[in-house]
Design a protein around this ligand. Structure first.
Ligand SMILES: Nc1ncnc2c1ncn2[C@@H]1O[C@H](COP(=O)(O)OP(=O)(O)OP(=O)(O)O)[C@@H](O)[C@H]1O
Ligand SMILES: [Mg+2]
Length: 229
């Protein structure tokens, strides 16, 4: 069997520290001598960044939930084609700040489109390209929103549309992420994010390093096994 690279995703509601932790994780993996592609959704490509700005700009308008979902999957299709699949084919490690679990949590649970609707898009767009390992940063939405707002105020920018969506919405999204993790505990790990940045990062590194070691062992046993590829 030809092995492809690895897709690692960081998930969680706004302000849980995904981007902060992603930077540190990418540095850790590169220090280990691994080739890493660092990317994010929605975004990661020119088209994706354009979609991102539509999503952010329409906060006061009336973007139908299904239109939002379709836009996000359009950006994802582009991201997969331009960035993710080529890197996986080169056997590199892709670390993405958000990926398809975000659609399940935000659009499926948060916007109440339901899991089946999101999965229908996902089968079409992502197909077999699913995350090998996902870290969900879990935090009380009140704390997460305060963090995210603190960052926006420091940057002197308007609050993001997602952040403006309110507490109940983010509580549904959080519950969605936790439900996803319960359904797929082998691949989706929940990390408590109400701790110092370094502490959270240590746990993430332990999870990722353990995953890489398991994968290495699995490969080793295949190579030294029957020789059947
Ligand atoms: N463990 C932490 N403790 C306290 N503050 C943190 C922690 N991690 C990140 N922050 C701060 O909280 C804010 C949000 O962090 P970050 O941008 O990494 O979150 P995010 O999950 O990427 O948010 P978004 O979903 O809005 O992109 C930043 O100002 C960051 O410095
Ligand atoms: Mg971020």
């Amino acid at each position: 069997m030809r092995r492809r690279g690895l897709l690692i995703t960081l998930e969680g509601i706004d302000g849980t520290g995904k981007s902060t932790q992603q930077r540190l994780l990418v540095r850790h993996l590169r220090n280990r001598g691994l080739t890493v592609v660092s990317t994010r959704e929605p975004g990661g490509t020119r088209v994706g960044e354009q979609v991102r700005s539509i999503l952010l700009a329409s906060r006061t308008g009336h973007l139908a939930p299904l239109a939002e979902l379709a836009l996000i999957y359009a950006a994802r299709a582009q991201h997969l084609e331009e960035v993710v699949r080529p890197a996986l084919a080169r056997k590199e490690i892709v670390v993405s700040d958000r990926f398809n679990h975000a659609s399940l949590a935000y659009q499926g649970y948060g916007r109440k489109l339901g899991v089946q609707t999101v999965r229908a898009f996902d089968r079409l767009v992502c197909g077999r390209t699913q995350a090998d390992l996902t870290v969900v940063l879990d935090l009380d939405p009140r704390v997460a929103l305060a963090r995210a707002q603190g960052r926006e105020i420091r940057r002197n920018s308007a609050r993001g549309r997602f952040e403006a969506a309110g507490l109940e919405f983010h509580q549904r999204v959080r519950a969605g992420y936790l439900a996803i993790a319960r359904q797929d505990p082998r691949r989706v790990k929940v990390v408590k994010a109400d701790r110092a940045v370094a502490e959270v990062q240590t746990e993430i590194q332990e999870i990722v390093d353990a995953f890489l070691a398991r994968r290495q062992r699995a490969r080793g046993s295949r190579v030294s096994g029957s020789g059947i590829r």
